[in-house]
Design a protein around this ligand. Structure first.
Ligand SMILES: NC(=O)c1ccc[n+]([C@@H]2O[C@H](COP(=O)([O-])OP(=O)(O)OC[C@H]3O[C@@H](n4cnc5c(N)ncnc54)[C@H](OP(=O)(O)O)[C@@H]3O)[C@@H](O)[C@H]2O)c1
Length: 247
């Protein structure tokens, strides 16, 4: 199988990449800084390729995907993303624009790059890492929640739209995973999971071609209730000190 993972230079993307490499698949990862790749990874895994790509740059991602796929791509996982960093009540608009650009436009560019091949071949699998943060509007994380909600809905629509060309679509919505992204958080992270454990769960959901995979189950249950609460009740709950991290 040929698998392209954006943002696979570190964190969750790299852990998922190793799952596929260990099964003998051809894997490409990309990021803006290839220096983040684990030492010796490119010599240890001969089926690993790395591309210096900024996913907000449409030409860069299209060119890398075309070079790697050479006409056939089985799975595209859009994993590249960023969070807002510190959670503040007053929005940081500069960071917010970057978050939307990477997390939403980056996913669009990535899917466009993959679909060229896949539609022609009438086969393939598109997947993206959203977040449980996209299920509700979280305090202090407005642009991150909005960006991940966009990814969830983008995938939901693509699941319907791409069925006629035999393309599967999976959206993954993780809770907290221990990666460089979450290590910047200065608040509690309930049910924090190791990246390698999360990667196994993600790979399993991809193998099963699940349409939507939300994990861990404790976070999924909490989000189920938060999403379905009357909104006045949600606002009251999220104003409580233990639930509201924004400063
Ligand atoms: N960790 C969690 O708890 C968690 C929970 C839910 C969802 N997620 C999502 O999972 C994905 C991976 O997150 P992570 O925790 O693994 O974060 P991470 O450790 O910070 O890794 C982010 C990856 O994305 C790449 N990236 C960022 N901006 C990029 C750009 N413009 N172009 C290309 N690559 C870019 C980074 O590489 P470069 O910096 O070299 O570009 C890096 O490889 C993100 O979409 C994140 O929102 C994470």
């Amino acid at each position: 199988m040929k698998v392209f993972i954006t943002g696979g230079t570190t964190g969750l993307g790299w852990s998922v990449a190793k799952e596929y490499l260990n099964e003998g698949h051809d894997v490409a990862i990309c990021g803006r800084d290839l220096g983040k790749i684990e030492d010796n990874a490119l010599t240890k895994y001969e089926k690993l390729k790395a591309y210096k790509v900024d996913v907000t740059n449409r030409e860069q991602i299209i060119s890398a995907v075309n070079e790697f796929s050479n006409g056939k791509l089985d799975l595209m996982l859009a994993c590249a993303g960023r969070s807002v960093g510190s959670k503040t009540k007053t929005p940081n608009f500069e960071a917010s624009r970057d978050v939307i650009n990477i997390n939403v436009i980056g996913v669009l560019n990535t899917f466009e790059a993959a679909l060229g091949n896949m539609i022609q071949n009438k086969s393939g699998h598109l997947a993206a890492i959203a977040s449980v943060a996209g299920l509700v509007g979280l305090p202090g994380a407005s642009s991150y929640s909005a960006s991940k909600a966009a990814v969830l809905k983008l995938c939901e629509s693509y699941t319907l739209d791409l069925k006629h060309v035999n393309i599967d679509v999976t959206c993954i919505a993780p809770g907290f995973v221990d990666t460089p992204l979450t290590r910047k958080n200065d608040h509690g992270m309930p049910w924090l999971m190791e990246a390698d454990v999360a990667a196994k769960k993600i790979k399993n959901a991809l193998d099963k071609k699940k349409v939507l995979f939300i994990f861990p189950w404790q976070m999924k249950t909490l989000m189920y209730f938060l999403d379905r609460m009357p909104r006045w009740m949600y606002r009251m709950f999220m104003q409580m000190p233990f639930a509201n991290y924004s400063k």
